[in-house]
Design a protein around this ligand. Structure first.
Ligand SMILES: Cc1cc2nc3c(=O)[nH]c(=O)nc-3n(C[C@H](O)[C@H](O)[C@H](O)COP(=O)(O)OP(=O)(O)OC[C@H]3O[C@@H](n4cnc5c(N)ncnc54)[C@H](O)[C@@H]3O)c2cc1C
Length: 424
């Protein structure tokens, strides 16, 4: 078995595959190590418009256009009494043939398609192998120790390793780099419906965010094959009030709290599987150290209310791929050279995070801000659509007239100290 590569990537999700594709296209020898056998289940099924650019760079758009994934043109917000906002159409601001049309996906199929694409670009992938430890020499990460399903242990070496392990965030957790965002400490309970009601025509694939009391909300994401992903997110205390702990009971009690959701689920049936996550947001204090870089959710995970996760995973994967290509050419993997990557990615996450904070403030509504400042509409749209690396200072001033916004978290700069991550 070949064990020496230019780049090792832990995790074959969208972030890992994106980085792998970019690096393979630059001509590097890339190995992805993935714990699961694809297709595997994953939550995170709604794309936003600005996922388009990284997917275009990766060559995924023709595959998406040829796929049966549900097209998504809009988002709407629905009050507990069932009153729906006008659908907000992305093509009122962006090009209808490209950015403004996005998709709802089934992640098992979508991630497998992306993985096949990575393989077709020359990325080597080993599935059903779990990375257990980073290998170090002096202060540098020089590879990984991984375990196959059979129990056999294998060491792989490369001058740089990417941690793309998603929410589990392999290195941040093991090194105490993970910082929670306590205010965004929510719980999600979800299931899938077949044959339930969906909107007609162009609105068929729209995401609906439907409110329940106490700033909780449902996502309603129509997928292909007449399936709908539907879940409720709120504080754990609210969802379990009265001692209710069973996910199915929690879910169906909340269905009664929003008339639109109740109506849409009044036909069709749940698949019977109910999922739960305490999907608190977190950020890593460092984006890596010498020979190591964190990408996608492994670097930062934000409450998914605005469906930003896949956009950020693809975008950070592409950017990390380009930065590492330069590092390989210059034979310089010093942590400082990734500071620009860390700043850029975290600036985008911070912008989205401010809108997420505002969303959860009971005194906030987008409408209120736009009624007073009509020019804020475009800025809000851009941020919600994923065009997050812009100067939104003016928008934050307008929103602060209504609600406070959080201080920025420390940027997550690379760890330049001589100490590399410790093994488990
Ligand atoms: C409730 C909820 C709803 C969401 N909704 C949306 C949404 O609507 N839209 C959206 O864009 N995003 C959404 N997200 C976020 C989205 O799921 C993630 O942002 C996205 O999957 C991140 O991609 P990634 O490649 O960083 O990580 P992942 O997709 O999680 O991939 C990580 C991979 O690493 C592998 N791995 C982990 N540890 C190891 C190891 N030690 N060795 C080998 N392999 C390993 C895992 O098996 C996995 O395949 C949601 C998240 C949650 C929790």
């Amino acid at each position: 078995m070949k064990t020496d590569y230019d780049v090792l990537i832990i995790g074959a999700g969208p972030a890992g595959c994106a980085a792998g594709i970019v690096l393979a296209e630059h001509g590097h020898r890339v190995l992805i190590l993935e714990r699961e056998k694809f297709p595997r289940y994953h939550i995170g099924e709604s794309l936003i418009p600005f996922t388009y650019q990284p997917m275009e760079r990766l060559g995924l758009i023709p595959k998406m256009r040829a796929s049966c994934n549900q097209k998504k043109y809009s988002v709407q917000f629905v009050q507990p009494n069932g009153r729906a906002s006008q659908p907000f159409y992305f093509f009122n601001r962006y090009d209808k043939d490209t950015v403004a049309q996005t998709w709802q996906v089934l992640r098992s199929e979508f991630d497998e398609m992306v993985l096949h694409h990575a393989r077709s670009k020359g990325v080597e992938v080993i599935e059903e192998i779990t990375v257990k430890e980073l290998l170090r020499e002096g202060g540098r990460v020089v590879g990984v120790r991984a375990q196959k399903k059979s129990g056999e242990t294998v060491e792989f070496r490369a001058p740089i390793t990417l941690d793309c392990t998603g929410k589990e965030s392999f290195t941040a957790v093991r090194n105490g780099w993970r910082m929670k965002d306590p205010y965004l400490n929510k719980v999600a309970v979800w299931t899938y419906y077949k044959g339930s009601k969906r909107e007609p025509g162009i609105d068929e694939g729209q995401t609906t965010v439907a409110f329940v009391p106490d700033k909780g909300w449902f996502w309603h994401i129509p997928q292909h094959n007449d399936m709908v992903s539907v879940g409720v997110v709120a504080e754990g205390k609210y969802l379990t009030r009265g001692g209710v702990k069973d996910p199915k009971a929690i879910f169906h009690r909340e269905v009664e709290e929003n008339l639109w959701i109740k109506d849409h689920l009044s036909v069709g049936a749940s698949t019977g599987d109910y999922y739960v996550t305490s999907e608190y947001s977190y950020h890593s204090r460092h984006c890596g150290c010498e020979g190591l870089l964190l990408v996608g959710d492994a670097f930062a995970f934000l409450d998914p209310v605005f469906s930003s996760g896949l956009m950020l995973a693809f975008k950070s994967g592409v950017m990390a791929g380009d930065e590492i290509h330069k590092a390989i050419l210059e034979k310089d993997f010093s942590p400082e050279r990734f500071a620009g990557y860390a700043h850029y990615m975290r600036a985008g996450v911070e912008n989205m995070r401010k809108l997420v904070y505002a969303f959860y403030d009971p005194k906030f509504s987008f409408k209120q801000v736009i009624d007073k400042h009509p020019d804020a509409a475009g800025e809000i749209t851009d941020c919600l659509s994923g065009d997050v690396n812009k100067d939104f200072t003016g928008l934050w001033d307008k929103i602060r007239e209504f609600v406070p916004l959080p201080d920025e978290l420390p940027v997550g700069a690379p760890l330049a100290a001589p100490r590399a991550p410790q093994p488990v």
